[in-house]
Design a protein around this ligand. Structure first.
Ligand code: ADP
Ligand code: MG
Length: 618
C-alpha cells in the first residue's frame, strides 16, 4: 500500500518571517539608535559590529568616504567631525548664534553648509549619511533590504525641521512611514496604550536638550496635551557645571584649550561614574605641570547643579500649566527618557516634583527607538494589530494668517491635536477686490512682525463685489507628520488656491521657546489685541464715511457736510490712541452723527434704482 504523503506544516517562524520588515530610528542629537520588531513581535535594538546599541550622532569627512559614530570620534579630528547637527536641521545661516556648536559655516546660495576638508555639506546631507549608515546596519543584521522607517523627532520640531528630517531620510533611500514625536514613541514602548485611561508625563533629558510632554490616554487613544523644554539643557550642561567646579579648584589659572578639553572629558566621566557610585576621586594634570585633585559626591554634585535643576523645574511647571492639569493628582506615570535621566539627582527631582516614582524599567536611551520600531511594524503589518490604537500629537506653535493692520489671526492654536483640519472664513477689505494675498505665519504673538513667516500665496479672480461680501474660506490642514497645507477658496465661484508649506526659513527650537515665553509675558503686561482691533475699526469707519462723502456729497445740506468733514478730521487724530474707551466713544459718536447721512444716501440710491421702472419690473 502506498502511503499518502503529507507535507510538513509550514514553519511558524517562516510564516512570521513573511512579515514586512521595517525599522524605527531615534535620530538623536547625541546618540542615534535603530530598532526593529523581531519574530517574537518584540522590539529589538540593532547593535553595531562591536555590539554597541548607541551610535554617536557624529560623522567625519576628512576623506571622501565618511566615517560614522564611535569610529569618527576615534579620529580625534575636531575640524572635520561634525556632531550635534540635529540642531542645525532646517536652520538658516542668519539664525546661527552662540548657542550652536562652533563650526566653519558657509552660505552657498543662501543655504547653510559646514566646511570640511572634503567638501561643504548641509546638515540634511550629514543626517542622511548617518541615516544611511543605520539603514545599512539594519540590512546587514536582518539580511534583507530595508526601505520603510519611522523616524522620531522632538515634539516641538516645526514644519521646516520636520521637512528637513524627511529630506534627509529620502536622501538616505528610506521611505518615511511616519515622523513620530519622541515622547509618543516612548509612550508606545511602555505600552501605555494598554494601561487604564489617564495622563502620563514623558521626561526626556538627553545630551543637549530637555523635553517634557504631557500625554493623555483615553479609550486607547493617545493625545499629547502639551510639550515644553529647553534646547540648551542636557547632560553636557551638567558636565560643564562639574568642569567649572574643577577649574575653580586650580591654583594656577593658566589653563590651556587642551586642558579645558581634558577637564570636560573627565567631568563627563565623573558624572556618569556617580550614577552608580557614592563618590568619585579625580586628579587632572594640566599642561603647566600642576595637578588639580579633589573628589565629588552626590551632595556636592547636587549643589553645583542647582541652577540646572531649577531650569528643569521651570519647564516642567510650564508644561503642566499648559496642559491645565493638577500636578499631584492627575498624573499616572512619569516615563523617563534620555541617557541623562540615569543621574540619581534627576530621579530625585522627578520624585520631588510629582510625588511619584518614575518608570525606569526600559533603558532610557533605548525607549524612543523601541517605540519607533513598534510603530513602524504596526504601520507596515496592519493585519496583526489587535489594538488598533491611534496616536495624536500636537502643534508646537499656533498657525494662522495675516489680517488687516498687521494682525496675526490664529487659525490652529498651539497644542492643537494633529492631524487636524480647520476652516475659517475671511472677506475682502476693498470694494471690487479681485485678489487676496494669504500670508501664512507661525507664532504666539498677535502681531505679524513678531511671528515667523512661513509662506505667501495668492487667491486671484475673486468676483467683483462690495467689500465684506465675498466669503473666502481658508483651510489649514496638518497631516499626521505635522506637515501643513493651506488652501483658500472663494465660495461663490468656487475658485481655489493652495500651498503646501515647505518653509525654507522656519524657527529654531529656541525661537519657539522665546515666542511662547514672550507671548505669555506680553499677555501679563496687558498687551491688548482688542485695542488694535478697535483702532482698525475706527480706521475702517473713517475710510467708509470718506468714500461716501466723496461719492454723494449732495444728499445732505452743506452745513451737515462740513460738520461730517470736521468730525472726520477730529476722529483721524485718534486712530493710534491707546485709550480703548476713548476710541470706542469716537466710533459711537461718528456712527450716530453720520446716521442721517447714511439714511439719506440709502434713500437716494433706492429712488434712483426705481426711477422710471414699471412696478411689475421690480
Ligand atoms: P540624545 O537624545 O541627545 O541623543 P541620549 O538620550 O543618548 O541623548 O543621552 C545622552 C546623555 O546621556 C549624555 O549626556 C550622557 O552623558 C548621558 N548618560 C548616558 N549614560 C549615563 C549614565 N550612566 N549616567 C549619567 N548620564 C548618562
Ligand atoms: Mg533623545
Amino acid at each position: 500500500m502506498t502511503l499518502l504523503q503529507i507535507s510538513e506544516p509550514e514553519n511558524q517562524d517562516n510564516k512570521i518571517l513573511k512579515r514586512n520588515l521595517s525599522i524605527g530610528i531615534d535620530l538623536g542629537t547625541t546618540n542615534s539608535l535603530v530598532a526593529f520588531v523581531n519574530n517574537s513581535l518584540k522590539p529589538e535594538i540593532i547593535c553595531d559590529d562591536n555590539g554597541h546599541p548607541l551610535i554617536p550622532s557624529v560623522v567625519n569627512y576628512s576623506s571622501k568616504e565618511f566615517v560614522v559614530g564611535k569610529d569618527a570620534l576615534k579620529l580625534l579630528d575636531d575640524v572635520n567631525t561634525i556632531s550635534s547637527f540635529k540642531r542645525f536641521m532646517g536652520v538658516s545661516i542668519e539664525e546661527i548664534n552662540e548657542n550652536f556648536p562652533t563650526y566653519n559655516f558657509v552660505s552657498e546660495n543662501n543655504i547653510l553648509k559646514i566646511h570640511t576638508k572634503s567638501f561643504n555639506i548641509t546638515p540634511v546631507e550629514i543626517s542622511a549619511d548617518l541615516l544611511s549608515y543605520l539603514k545599512k546596519l539594519a540590512e546587514n543584521k536582518l539580511h534583507e533590504k530595508i526601505n520603510d522607517a519611522v523616524i522620531t523627532v522632538p515634539a516641538y520640531f516645526d514644519e521646516r525641521q520636520r521637512q528637513a528630517t524627511r529630506d534627509a531620510a529620502n536622501l538616505a533611500g528610506l521611505n518615511v512611514l511616519r515622523l513620530l514625536n519622541e515622547p509618543t514613541a516612548a509612550a508606545i514602548a511602555y505600552g501605555l496604550e494598554n494601561s487604564t485611561d489617564g495622563t502620563h508625563v514623558v521626561f526626556d533629558l538627553g545630551g543637549g536638550t530637555f523635553d517634557i510632554s504631557i500625554v493623555k490616554l483615553h479609550d486607547g487613544i493617545f493625545d499629547v496635551l502639551s510639550t515644553f523644554g529647553n534646547t540648551t539643557l542636557g547632560g553636557n550642561d551638567f558636565d560643564e557645571a562639574i568642569a567649572n567646579y574643577i577649574t575653580s579648584l586650580a591654583i594656577n589659572k593658566n589653563i590651556s584649550c587642551k586642558d579645558k578639553r581634558n577637564i570636560l572629558i573627565k567631568s563627563k566621566f565623573i558624572r556618569e561614574f556617580l550614577t552608580n557610585n557614592e563618590n568619585c576621586e579625580f586628579k587632572i594634570v594640566l599642561e603647566n605641570g600642576h595637578a588639580i585633585c579633589g573628589s565629588m559626591d552626590h551632595i556636592l554634585f547636587k549643589k553645583i547643579s542647582e541652577p540646572l535643576l531649577n531650569k528643569i523645574k521651570i519647564c516642567v511647571h510650564q508644561a503642566i500649566k499648559d496642559s491645565r492639569l493638577d500636578i499631584k493628582e492627575d498624573i499616572l506615570n512619569i516615563v523617563m527618557v534620555g541617557g541623562a535621566t540615569r543621574m540619581p539627582i534627576i530621579r530625585e527631582l522627578v520624585v520631588d516634583i510629582f510625588n511619584k516614582e518614575p518608570l525606569i524599567n526600559i533603558d532610557p536611551d533605548k525607549v524612543v527607538s523601541l517605540g519607533a520600531a513598534l510603530q513602524a511594524d504596526r504601520l507596515v503589518n496592519n493585519n496583526h494589530i489587535e489594538n488598533n490604537w491611534l496616536l495624536m500629537d500636537v502643534t508646537p506653535l499656533s498657525l494662522g494668517i495675516e489680517t488687516m493692520g498687521g494682525l496675526f489671526e490664529k487659525i490652529v492654536p498651539r497644542n492643537s491635536k494633529i492631524p487636524i483640519l480647520v476652516k475659517q472664513e475671511f472677506t475682502t477689505m476693498k470694494n471690487n477686490q479681485r485678489s487676496m494675498s494669504i500670508h501664512v505665519l507661525q507664532g504666539e504673538s498677535d502681531l505679524v512682525t513678531e511671528c515667523r513667516s512661513l509662506a505667501y500665496f495668492e487667491l486671484n479672480d475673486i468676483p467683483p463685489m462690495l467689500s465684506g461680501i465675498p466669503r473666502i474660506e481658508v483651510i489649514f490642514q496638518i497631516d499626521a507628520d505635522g506637515l501643513l497645507q493651506v488652501s483658500a477658496r472663494e465660495t461663490t465661484k468656487n475658485i481655489e488656491s493652495r500651498i503646501v508649506v515647505k518653509p525654507s526659513n522656519g524657527l529654531t527650537n529656541e525661537e519657539i521657546r522665546l515666542m511662547i515665553q514672550k507671548n505669555s509675558l506680553s499677555r501679563d503686561n496687558g498687551f491688548n489685541r482688542l485695542l488694535l482691533e478697535k483702532q482698525l475699526e475706527l480706521q475702517k469707519l473713517i475710510a467708509t464715511i470718506e468714500d461716501a462723502v466723496n461719492q454723494d456729497p449732495y444728499v445732505i445740506s452743506e452745513n451737515e457736510l462740513s460738520n461730517i468733514k470736521n468730525l472726520l478730521i477730529e476722529a483721524k487724530k485718534y486712530i493710534h490712541d491707546s485709550n480703548i474707551n476713548l476710541i470706542e466713544s469716537i466710533i459711537n459718536d461718528l456712527s450716530t452723527k453720520t446716521e442721517n447721512f447714511a439714511i439719506l444716501r440709502m434713500n437716494y440710491h433706492i429712488r434712483n434704482s426705481l426711477f422710471k421702472k414699471n412696478i411689475l419690473d421690480i
